[in-house]
Design a protein. Structure first.
Length: 358
């Protein structure tokens, strides 16, 4: 009988073992995430602490291990909401998620674990926030063409990047430069949060809690940057961004109404692009936007082409797919009502509702 040593190409691979992330596993989890082509910033282990501590949601960060090596990960969190239903999601508050692995056996194991857990928790549906569909041809999985992402390679010099921006937006950036705007990096979230809270209130959206942003800064350190735009020593706009590999991801933004007149919003993104180049980044990820919204059009006006995000849903106990869309008439009434609340009241009530937005 022929036998093979463990490292021989013909040797049978050991079956992977399914495990849950423990505090002592975070470093090697992140080492795997850093090396896995499918993984994103939103697969990092720190999201477990951020989501559990900020919102109280229960999480399960599964990983598949073979011979002591992590070969696949799947972070999951459970969200219960009267407005938006009961879901198990990879990952709420994140634009990307799902399984990250290059091993088919690990993928099948993690996929099965998610469904078992979804049924145990009796959720309405299971959601994977994928760039590309992973279950094509499987009738049990559904897709919603609701979001697109905007990503673009950037050059290693500012002038090339500036010339790549369409003329109209480029003129706004130049106007900002001439208006005396300057960028400052903030080690704390206070200026950012004040601007962000006021901005989302004007949009009719409940604000995330201040502790959420503090945790993002604390957990992710230098990979989470706050860049505040000032004019004559007054903060007029602020941007929280994530750095990942050779990418920068502007993620949360807030501004005064006066920011429009001085071009502070465009200047903020341009300043971030300059900083990203200085840090050696080659990709500017403008983030996701809902189709048919002003944010979607704004990013196209910057010369970024949309790529649909193919989020996947599997119904467990729900009868239909969720319609968590601000264009839904039911939510538009809520948005109109929320805009009328005094800002202090909205800031007090917002975090209680925002925990369910995901």
């Amino acid at each position: 009988m022929t036998t093979f040593s463990a490292d021989h190409p013909g040797a049978r691979q050991r079956a992977p073992v399914l495990r849950l992330l423990q505090p002592g596993d975070a470093q090697r989890w992140d080492a795997f995430v850093e090396s896995c082509p499918e993984a994103t910033f939103f697969h990092r282990a720190g999201w477990q602490r951020v989501i559990e501590t900020s919102y109280g949601h229960r999480t399960w960060f599964y990983y598949a291990e073979r011979d002591g090596d992590i070969i696949g990960v799947l972070p999951l969190a459970e969200v219960r909401s009267r407005l938006f239903g009961h879901m198990l999601c990879s990952l709420p508050f994140c634009v990307r998620g799902g399984i990250a692995t290059s091993d088919d056996t690990a993928r099948a194991m993690l996929d099965a674990a998610a469904e078992v857990l979804a049924r145990e928790r009796q959720v309405g549906y299971l959601e994977n926030r994928c760039d590309t569909a992973r279950h094509q041809g499987d009738a049990a999985w559904h897709r919603r063409d609701l979001y697109a992402t905007f990503r673009k390679a950037i050059a290693d010099d500012d002038e090339t990047n500036l010339q790549a921006i369409p003329r109209k937006q480029r003129a706004v950036i130049r106007h900002g430069m001439a208006s005396g705007l300057a960028a400052e990096t903030d080690p704390q979230v206070e200026r950012f949060f004040a601007l962000y809270a006021a901005s989302v209130h004007r949009l009719g959206t409940p604000v995330f809690p201040r502790r959420y942003f503090r945790l993002l800064k604390d957990v992710f350190g230098d990979a989470c940057e706050i860049r505040t735009i000032v004019q004559h020593h007054q903060a007029v706009a602020s941007l929280m961004s994530f750095y990942w590999r050779d990418e920068v991801l502007p993620y949360y933004f807030g501004a005064l109404p006066a920011a429009r007149a001085c071009g502070a919003s465009d200047y903020a993104y341009w300043s971030l692009m300059q900083a990203a180049v200085a840090r050696g980044c080659g990709i500017f990820d403008f983030g996701r936007s809902k189709l048919g919204t002003g944010a979607y059009d704004y990013k196209k006006n910057w010369g970024f082409a949309p790529t649909p995000l193919q989020y996947e849903y599997k119904l467990i106990n729900a009868a239909a797919l969720p319609d968590n869309n601000p264009l839904n008439p039911k939510y538009r009434r809520f948005i109109a009502m929320w805009k009328k609340l005094p800002l202090p009241v909205a800031n007090f009530l917002g975090p209680y509702l925002a925990r369910s937005l995901g």
